[in-house]
Ligand binder design. Sequence first.
Ligand SMILES: [Zn+2]
Length: 312
Amino acid sequence: MDDSTSQSFRRAWTESSLEPSGPTDLAPAPDSVGAHLRILASGSSGNCSVLVNSGDSGRRAWLIDAGLSPRRTRLLLASCGLTLADIESVILTHLDADHFHSGWLGPRAALPPVRLHLRHEGLARRIGIPGVQAFGGAFNLGPCAVVDPILMNHDDLGVAALRFDFASGGRLGFATDLGRATSPFTRHMAGVDVLALESNYCPRLQLESDRPRFLKDRIMGGRGHLSNQQAAEAAAAIAPRLHLVLLHLSDQCNRPDLAAALHAGAPYALTISEQRHPSRWVPVPPRAGRPALRVAPATVRIPASLFSAFPA
Ligand SMILES: [Zn+2]
């Protein structure tokens, strides 16, 4: 669950009023070699991103999180020139309602195969998500990439932060709903080309808001979300080479200008994702000279480091 007790109301408002806003949203998935990330929506009313890779095996696509209704997801994919049938799998960071929309449980939703962390597998099966493949360590996206997760603190079951090492040499980090940006986390993500990282709240706006105390404590207490300052410190430690994408800004307790101000003068480009409009396509370009992809093992392994940030 995310940062509003009125989430169901907000979702209803979102689903009825948020449509792709016109020609400026029409941006087909690039065909150029390498990977591209587009945040279709990000925030407490729903999170969904599309990742496209073009290379020797053609153009392939995945979703990261599925927190929008199937209908809205289809609409936004169409604005990218994609359909659900193009999506090879959905990689879920966790199962909060703003990251997995219950509409996908419907019989006609046509949910692509779901990949999620072992920590979330039991819950996924209990709520009836079909076709779940659980990971406990690095896994392949076909020949295109190795995905290396690290489990982080977030509420009871944690959240998977993901590093994508593409065969083309580009590297992408994707991390949202973090309790804290720990040292194992920043080391895991260090030196990615593109980092998508949540920057959820301004502490002053959070404290001044009329939210109940328990909710403020949950968000700010190390098992909730990163503040703008915490995100900026994490970005400084990780030092993305090209681009920082800020995710999951709170509508109520944040503003894009406040989040952006902490990255003024940084050596990377900045994109701030929005709840109501898709972001631009952010390239994760090929990079020569990177080591070859490691092959993920056929059997699940759980490296000790995976749980270093998440006591059992
Ligand atoms: Zn969330």
